[in-house]
Structure formats: structure tokens, C-alpha cells
Design a protein around this ligand. Structure first.
Ligand code: 13P
Length: 272
């Protein structure tokens, strides 16, 4: 089945409103025809409204995504964001379970750059809960999975990734399961410049698709699986050329218009 590639930029804790506006304006000005590639940007919460408004005013096809969500409705949850708030800003996507938001108590905290990160503590269960409320909303989740370096060295990659996928998708409406985007992001490849070898990235993405197929075959055929972890203009084509890699979730290289646009062009080349 043909799946349109999906290249999304995760800006993480970068970009003020003026900086983000300049970046998106530059992306829009890249006049290339990128069909059939779908492109998205995931700014920090403070820039969502401004970027959403800009995309709408320019009639841009670039999609808007948030980096996380807490819940639905309203309530006494200081500092948190709800689905209606994200929809209000023009979001169509929301990243869930990024490794930088998953709590990993009890393991070597090589990923832990700040003790405050331990407070985020997303788990397989909370990611599933968030996914289930997102799937009942106008938003589409981009669910991140991936092993740490310790898990990889211990030969646990497949078990960790399989169980993260199974847990995240548990109980979701099978009729809409194919709309979910899964992002395979090996934690050790994030922000390190160390990319997962394309054959290994393909192997794990295929394992992810097979895991989804065990739940629902049609959903597995339709689902876009992104690779994330030090994707750059010079490795994008090789990664995106793999049969089970349908896009990329890009961190650092999404912060410069020329770099991000080059990755989008690589996706167009590999999409044929
Ligand atoms: P880098 O592209 O900076 O490695 O980040 C990947 C990532 O975490 C995207 O969500």
C-alpha cells in the first residue's frame, strides 16, 4: 500500500515566536512542489497559536503539531494543556511518549540531562491513556517508541519496542488505528549525531509494523512509521528509502529551514 511520507519537525524547547515565525515563513517560501510528502512542525506551546495563525493566513499545507498533551476538557491542572486548547491553536497532530518525556526510573539515567526531566514520567500506561483520548478528538497522535543504549546493549531492543507499541495501541479503535503515526526513535540516536544504521532502522520499523499487523492487518498497511534520531539532509534519503520507513521525526535539523527543506526533498525523491 502506498503511504504518503510524513516529515515532522520537533522543535523541542527551541524557538521564540519571532524565531519560529521566521523559520516557517522561510519554509513556506521554499516553493518546491513537495507532493505527496506531508510536512508538519511541532513548535513549543508558546508558539503554537502564532504559527497556527501564520499557516492559516498563508494557506499553507504544513501541518501543526504539539509536543505533548495532558488531557481532555478543563480542570485544576496547573501548567498543563488540553486537547481543546491545542485544537484551538490549529493543531492537527500531537507527539506522545517522546523519550524526553518518558520517566525511566531505575535505569542508568544517561538520557537525563536535568533532574527535572524525571518529573515528566510518561509511562506506557500514560501514553496509552493519552492516545485513547487523542483518538477521540480531531487530533492525530505521533507516538514515539525506542530503546535506550542500555536496553540495546542488553539485547532487549525488540522486546522493549514491541511492548511499547502494544501498550500504546492497547484498546484503540481498530477502525482508526491506521491513522496513528508511530515514530521509532532509538534514544541513543537522539541529538547525538549517531544515526541508527538504515538496515537496522528498517528492521525495527518492520518489527513495529508486524506488531501492529498482529492487532489489525489493514491498520498495519496504512500506518505511517517514522524514524527519528539525528536525521539530517545527508542521511535522509538512505533512511527514507527503506520500505517500512514512511517519514522522519526531525529534531535539530528541523530548526533551520534549508536543512529541513532538504529532508523534505529527500522524502519526495524516495516517494518516487
Ligand atoms: P534529533 O534529530 O535532534 O536527533 O532529535 C530527534 C528527535 O528526538 C525528534 O523527536
Amino acid at each position: 500500500m502506498a503511504r504518503n511520507p510524513f516529515i515532522a519537525g520537533n522543535w523541542k524547547m527551541n524557538m521564540t515566536v519571532p524565531e519560529g515565525t521566521a523559520l516557517v515563513t522561510a519554509l513556506i517560501e521554499e516553493k518546491d512542489d513537495i507532493t505527496p510528502v506531508e510536512v508538519g512542525v511541532c513548535p513549543p506551546a508558546t508558539a503554537l497559536y502564532a504559527i497556527g495563525k501564520l499557516l492559516q493566513e498563508k494557506g499553507s499545507a504544513i501541518k501543526l503539531g504539539a509536543q505533548d498533551v495532558f488531557g481532555d476538557g478543563t480542570g485544576a491542572f496547573t501548567g498543563m494543556l488540553s486537547i481543546p486548547m491545542l485544537v484551538d491553536c490549529g493543531c492537527q497532530y500531537v507527539i506522545l511518549g517522546h523519550s524526553e518525556r518518558r520517566g525511566r526510573f531505575g535505569t542508568t539515567p544517561d538520557w537525563l540531562t536535568s533532574p527535572l526531566q524525571a518529573l515528566f514520567a510518561d509511562s506506557n500506561e500514560s501514553v496509552n491513556l493519552k492516545a485513547s483520548i487523542v483518538m477521540r478528538s480531531p487530533l492525530t497522535p505521533i507516538i514515539c517508541v525506542g530503546e535506550t543504549i542500555d536496553e540495546r546493549k542488553a539485547g532487549k531492543t525488540d522486546d522493549v519496542v514491541r511492548s511499547q507499541v502494544e501498550a500504546a495501541l492497547q484498546g484503540l479503535d481498530k477502525g482508526r488505528l491506521g491513522e496513528v503515526v508511530l515514530a521509532y526513535e532509538p534514544v541513543w540516536a537522539i541529538g547525538t549525531g549517531e544515526t541508527c544504521d538504515s538496515a537496522e532502522a528498517q528492521r525495527v520499523c518492520q518489527l513495529i509494523r508486524n506488531t501492529v499487523a498482529a492487532i489489525d492487518t489493514a491498520a498495519a498497511g496504512a500506518m505511517r512509521i517514522q524514524y527519528g534520531g539525528s536525521v539530517k539532509a545527508d542521511n535522509a534519503e538512505e533512511l527514507l528509502g527503506q520500505p517500512d520507513i514512511d517519514g522522519a521525526l526531525v529534531g535539530g535539523a528541523s530548526l533551520k529551514a534549508a536543512d529541513f527543506a532538504a529532508i523534505v526533498r529527500a522524502a519526495k525523491v524516495t516517494a518516487g
